[in-house]
Design a protein around this ligand. Structure first.
Ligand code: FEO
Length: 162
């Protein structure tokens, strides 16, 4: 059981995870258009992960006796001028997701909703991992500073993401 308010917030987050997938598809498409297929692969994989995150919420809302309501997904940012800008945008987005997870956790704690608290723990760890991954790549991109050889090597590395 969960309150209507908590179910609504969980549903909003289900939709936000799908919006995340959409953002990463736009980033992948930009990277593809710049012939950096490793970067593009990284973001396609990220988009798939976000869809899976959304589906974890889908299943959990069902398990809690709620009904998932898919909402319209807004247009993502499609204009980029560098890979560094893309990754900075990705980090900014992940930080927004983290804040939303923490807010959900605060609400679940207020309501002593133990299944939701437990469900969200996985996302707390996942967000830390995702933010750190983006920060690491931003650090490397800042070091590369647009150098083609550096970008080429990073592209090869990101292309191996499973
Ligand atoms: Fe599902 Fe990257 O947050």
């Amino acid at each position: 059981m969960a309150s209507e308010k908590l179910l609504k917030e969980l549903n909003d987050h289900f939709n936000f995870e799908l919006l995340s997938a959409y953002h990463y598809m736009a980033m992948a498409a930009y990277c593809s258009s710049e012939n950096m297929n490793g970067f593009a692969h990284y973001f396609v994989e990220q988009a798939k992960e976000e869809y899976e995150h959304g589906m974890k919420f889908y299943q959990f809302i069902n398990d809690m006796g709620g009904r998932v309501i898919p909402r319209a997904i807004e247009e993502p940012k499609n204009d980029y001028s560098s890979f560094l800008e893309v990754f900075k945008e990705a980090l900014d987005h992940e930080e927004q997701v983290t804040v939303k997870i923490y807010e959900l956790l605060d609400l679940a704690r207020e309501e002593n909703n133990y299944p939701t608290i437990q469900f969200l723990q996985w996302f707390v760890e996942e967000q830390l991992e995702e933010e750190n991954s983006m920060k690491d790549i931003i650090f490397v991109l800042e070091g590369i500073d647009g150098n083609f050889q550096g970008l080429y090597l990073l592209d090869k590395e990101l292309g191996s993401r499973q």
